[in-house]
Structures are given as C-alpha cells and as structure tokens.
Design a protein around this ligand. Structure first.
Ligand SMILES: NC(=O)c1ccc[n+]([C@@H]2O[C@H](COP(=O)([O-])OP(=O)(O)OC[C@H]3O[C@@H](n4cnc5c(N)ncnc54)[C@H](O)[C@@H]3O)[C@@H](O)[C@H]2O)c1
Length: 282
C-alpha cells in the first residue's frame, strides 16, 4: 500500500547490488511513495550486480561512485541535482565492506591496511557524503540522511570482526554531523540498526545462518526483514519524523533489549551437556 509519503522528494540511494540488498527494497518503496532518485554504487558492483536493472524499473539512472572517493561523491551529488531538478531531500547510505572479513582474518590478527579500508568504506564514507553535501549546499531544509548499522556497534558478536568498529564509528558520525547539519540547516541524520538480513554483505559474516536463527529466537517480534527495513527508512525520509535526529534507531524486533528468551534457552538446552565451556573465540 502506498501513501504518497515521499511525493515531490528527491533522493540518492547508495548500495543496491541485487534484489536482496536493503537499498534495493528502499528504492522500490521510495518509488511507490512518489519520490524521484538516483542510484549509485561502486563501478565493479555495477558491472557484476543488477543495479542497472533496478534503475530501469525505477525510470532512473545509475551514477557510478566509490563512496570513499570525495571527487566521485562531488560529481554524484552535482549530477543528481541536475537530473532530479533541484536539491536533495533524502540520502540512504547502505554500504558495508571489510577486507578482513572477506579474507578470514581473525580480529586479534587484523591486517591494518584492510582495517583502514573497512573503516573508510563502511564508516568514513558516511562523513564524506555528508561533508560533500553540506559544502555543495545540496540538501533541502528538513532533509533526512540515513545509514544502516548493526547492534555489534554496542555489543560484541562472535565473527562480526572489524565491522563492529566500523559501525561504532558510523553511529558516532551520525551524532557529530547531526549536530552541525541540524543546527545550521535543519538536516536530520540517523542510523537504523537492522536485524541480520540475508543479503550479499550479511552472508559474508561468519556462521551467518546461526546468527540469523539465534536472533530470530531472541527477538519477540522476530527478525526484521529487508522489506520492513525499507518501510522504516521511508518513514524516516518522510515529514512524519522531522524532529528525529542524531539517533541510532533499533529496527530488530526487540532483539537489542533482550538478555535471554525461552526459545533461545530451549535450543541451547538441546545442545547442552555437563562439559566445561572451552571459551573458543576464533
Ligand atoms: N545484511 C545484514 O545482516 C545487515 C544487518 C545490519 C546492517 N546491515 C548494513 O546494511 C547495509 C547494506 O548491506 P546489505 O545487507 O543490503 O548488503 P549488500 O551487499 O546488498 O549491500 C552492500 C553494498 O555496499 C556497496 N559498496 C561496497 N563498497 C562500496 C564503495 N566503496 N562505494 C560504494 N558502495 C560500496 C556494495 O556494492 C553493495 O551494494 C550495510 O551497511 C550493512 O552493514 C546489514
């Protein structure tokens, strides 16, 4: 069901790789709600993924940009304003990548060049997007900027590796820039902390299937799907959330407030024996 929540609004959506991507679902919902937007992704993802198919469906274009490259971002923002016919009202940063995770590096044996890349692509790119947009005065008053995060920013999750550090930084950038952009130009900046979701990035996490199951058992409302995340993003881009800024908003079926649930305890009991735990951490 569509409500015209984004009628007349213009946006930029980062990170739609294929139909499982959270950004893909957001683009489909934004279209339904009357928005116009450009899509962007890093060139190799455009070549290998389906971003162009989504653009055709949404009657828009894909503008290649590496989100860690300031010149690419400047060109993206300028071209988007030209094509859409004015300043931007919403931006979705839906980007995550860790070479340490990809190469199976243990958190206690990180490659620091990889770590720098993880932080640059997954977190500092959010600052770059905001800094470029502000310098170009590209976002309308009451515009809304979102990035996607995960609860590993607050708590330790086995296997999430240096992405946890990236998410902590990402959430901090939303607060620090939210103060500046909010007080100067009434632009709101938030992160949405989403349940584990079966996407290309999600499936890269160690033992992702188990994490998905655990999280489902622990969440009173169950895991939030990518479609449900898209609904939440649309609400955050709409005028119904004008005074929400500098927040990390949990969209996780209640997971982040739980300690232990009956369903998780029941499952744990099935595999429980009297042996001492060996405190594995790798
Ligand atoms: N899937 C999950 O379990 C989950 C849970 C919470 C938060 N998130 C976050 O949601 C966001 C979207 O991920 P997703 O799950 O839809 O996976 P996805 O793999 O579909 O999307 C990740 C996107 O990041 C893009 N990207 C990588 N490097 C880039 C760069 N240098 N410049 C521009 N784009 C780049 C990829 O091309 C891809 O489109 C990420 O921030 C991720 O950490 C995912």
């Amino acid at each position: 069901m569509a409500y015209n929540l984004l009628k007349g609004k213009r946006g930029i959506i980062f990170g739609a790789l294929n139909e499982n991507s959270i950004a893909w679902k957001v683009a489909e919902r934004a279209l339904e709600e009357g928005a116009t937007f450009t899509l962007t992704n890093v060139p190799f993802a455009i070549r290998l993924g389906d971003t162009q198919t989504l653009a055709d469906k949404c009657n828009t274009v894909v503008i290649p940009a590496d989100a860690s490259n300031v010149e690419d971002l400047e060109a993206l923002v300028i071209k988007s304003m030209e094509l859409l016919g004015g300043k931007i009202d919403f931006i979705l940063h839906s980007i995550g990548m860790s070479p340490n995770v990809r190469k199976g590096r243990h958190y206690s044996d990180l490659d620091y060049d990889f770590l720098a890349k993880t932080l640059d692509v997954s977190a500092i790119s959010f600052h770059k997007v905001l800094q470029v947009a502000r310098k170009l005065d590209a976002i309308n008053e009451w515009g809304s900027v979102l990035a996607l995060s995960y609860v590993a920013a607050q708590r330790t999750f086995y296997g999430y590796n240096d992405m946890a550090d990236a998410k902590s930084l990402l959430e901090s950038i939303a607060r620090s820039f939210g103060y500046i952009y909010g007080s100067e130009r009434k632009v709101r900046i938030n992160t949405i902390s989403q349940s584990p979701t079966p996407t290309t990035a999600g499936n890269g996490i160690k033992m992702f299937g188990n994490l998905l199951d655990f999280s489902e058992r622990m969440s009173p409302l169950g895991n939030a799907t990518a479609d449900e995340c898209a609904d939440y993003c649309i609400m955050m881009f709409s005028d119904f959330t004008k005074k929400v800024t500098m927040q990390n908003l949990f969209h996780d079926g209640g997971f982040s407030s739980m300690g232990m649930s009956f369903s998780a305890m029941e499952q744990y009991n099935k595999g429980c024996n009297d042996e001492e735990p060996d405190h594995k951490f790798d």
